[in-house]
Design a protein around this ligand. Sequence first.
Ligand code: BES
Ligand code: ZN
Ligand code: ZN
Length: 469
Amino acid sequence: MNDMSLLISAAELPGDGPAIPVFLVGADGLDAALSELSGMQRRFVEASGFAAREAEIALVPDTEGALARVLFGLGKNKAHKPFLTGRLAQSLPAGTYRLAGEVKDARLAALGFALGGYRFARYRGGKEGGEEKTRPRLAVPPELDASELENTADSVALARDLINIPANDLGPAELTAACRDLAEACGADISVVEGAELEKEFPLIATVGAGSDRPPRLVDIRWGEADAPKVTLVGKGVVFDTGGLDIKPPSSMLLMKKDMGGAANVLGLARMVMRAGLKLRLRVLVPAVENAISGRAFRPGDVLKSRKGLNVEIGNTDAEGRLVLADALALAEEETPELIVSMATLTGAARVALGPDLPAFFATDDGLASALEAAARAEHDPFWRLPLWPDYDSWLASDIADVNHIASNAYAGAIVAALFLKRFVEKSAYAHFDIFAWAPKARPLGPKGGEAQAIRALFTYLAERYGRG
Ligand code: BES
Ligand code: ZN
Ligand code: ZN
């Protein structure tokens, strides 16, 4: 887990001097920034070639050679990158800093710093762990809610950590243990269904997990006042996706430790909700399974009776995510919550359509969709709506069963998957996020690796709709 918070509230500044100011400087503000410096400082910065290019850093000394201030370039197009400050957390020497100069959105700038400084050091032999004293920290001005920023940063770090842990160390049991740790830390109730009961109650989850030596489970977390409005989160927890008997080629399998990214993200979101004490009744369902290959693995052509009673024909064992989600969604629907949200690394097609940075989302309700889109814009946590196109629903017809779980054509894969899920949610308002859960390269917002997507926006939406306790 994240070793320490990179944010510190201005009230608890350490005794060893005030925070070093970091001036954010757009290319057009360079002259003004230089004019504030002494002649020596100015010559030093000019000699270093600093031109306020995007994420460029100039360390400015005082007459004793100590660090007096930092200039941080925003480049020309500064409006679109509120998280550029993440680069500060990645590059500055140890010390305590504060932001100054052209700070457009102080909250997102501080959040950028906290998220940008995330590291996954579990397998680095302690070298990169970042002991407290060797890392830069940012003093958050008193008008910002430092504890909420910390809540967000730590919840994103939880999601990233869980995704980054390789499948040999994160099987269904370990994912379940992570759920238990979170529930205990937040005062939530948790129950876990496994073994014969899982086979009876959640046949699709049991069947998808049957090929693995590490048995499947369904985790059920509940938190909040029983009579508060009910919101249920469902996250795909496939700890590794080989594709099953429809085995994936090596290049497609390489990253499949991240196939529990939906579960990691709903746990991160649940953490935010519980820590902030939102006035809702939260339920989190995580089917935790490994899609493995063995003599006990399910087969293409099998017909499985789902929890809901629908007979599902298996078109391809690599479309396992929608199966485990179907049983969990059926359970969610049984108490008809006000809102169901599912998150899943569900289809390659979503990534083909929108790329790794932009999750696809689906909503049964236009008002819900536009409120979510507004929250996404406010938080700079983007996603893009795709339609639950009704005509394509017929593509799920099976020759022998109630439904096939894939289409027999290769069109609109993300939509078809969402339509399959929709068959298991009839009454509740429903939003589904088909996420990539992975950053293919390092960015200001964080390193290459597991990524939280859509949960900051979802939290903002829930906080606005239900209020804080
Ligand atoms: N976990 C994959 C989807 C995936 C692949 C997400 C790559 C992100 C990156 C999922 O279980 C899967 O394999 N889906 C298949 C469905 C197909 C067989 C209908 C896919 O998308 O190819
Ligand atoms: Zn798959
Ligand atoms: Zn999968």
